[in-house]
Ligand binder design. Sequence first.
Ligand code: ADP
Length: 168
Amino acid sequence: MRIAVYPGSFDPITKGHIDILERSSKLFDVMVVAVVHNVNKQGLFTLEERVQMIRECTGHLPNLEIDYFSGLLVDYISRKGATAIVRGLRTVSDFEYELHMAMMNHQLLPEVDTVFIMSNSKYFFVSSSLVREAALLGADVSDMVPPNVAVRLKAKWEERRQERGPLR
Ligand code: ADP
């Protein structure tokens, strides 16, 4: 059985992530979407919210498992019995970072390889960080995220707006 892990922050999941999942899940028997629990980094959404949002918008992909982990990725990969790490590539700057990560992970666990999927041109510019930033300033990001995520981002914006008062 070919098991792959797609690790990431997914804070929140975007249509770019979903596109990578739709394409990569055809290449493996089981695709594990693994939300990284970084204790040093406070996200916009909690770990549980991120997992929940992924679950809500990926029901059409039957061979997906949604999970989270903390600690070393290669340890998690071994526990899962996976042989591949899936990552998406958008820009040259993504490439440099991803190349170093892939080499490091291969060094630590030689039986695992990183498989890169090129971003769909429609979502080339979409990143969770820009989506968060724009949505919290009131932008409509519904072209970039699935409807369930757009609703939650809007609620966060409302929450912040009430705390802060109107922008000037
Ligand atoms: P991380 O903090 O690990 O980069 P992200 O959730 O930002 O977590 O991204 C997880 C993976 O998805 C990374 O490989 C990233 O390059 C990829 N990715 C993010 N957005 C897109 C997109 N719009 N198109 C293709 N790949 C993407």
